[in-house]
Write a protein that binds this ligand. Structure first.
Ligand SMILES: [Zn+2]
Length: 113
């Protein structure tokens, strides 16, 4: 819960979309039976934001999508684009509740690795 909140605050929809795609790829492989609508709901963003990101990623050859299906074409590039919040839960959690750290929050994205 806290992880999601912090991630939403400091990372772009693109970084988060990449993270979810990488995560799901770990679970089910490179053919993901998901819609952009599903991704949007999972991240709590508007579907149009996901559509914009997905179309950009497809143009760059990282993924390809058709109705109800997303294929991962370049896992390495996708991982490089993704934020890595799942590895820094404790760090982000601390940032949420430490006042000294909180003032440094705008700079969090660069330290979130
Ligand atoms: Zn994040």
């Amino acid at each position: 819960m806290q992880q999601t909140t912090a991630c939403n605050a400091v990372h772009t929809v693109e970084q988060r979309t990449c993270k979810w795609l990488v995560r799901m790829c770990d679970l089910v492989g490179t053919e993901l039976p998901v819609t952009q609508e599903f991704l949007a709901q999972m991240m709590g963003v508007r579907r149009t934001s996901v559509t914009g990101v997905a179309s950009q990623l497809q143009k760059e050859g990282l993924i390809s999508y058709s109705r109800g299906n997303i294929s991962i074409l370049d896992m390495n590039l996708l991982q490089r684009r993704a934020c890595e919040c799942h590895r820094t839960v404790r760090e982000l959690y601390a940032a949420e509740f430490d006042d000294t750290e909180r003032t440094a929050l705008p700079f969090r994205p660069s330290t979130c690795r």
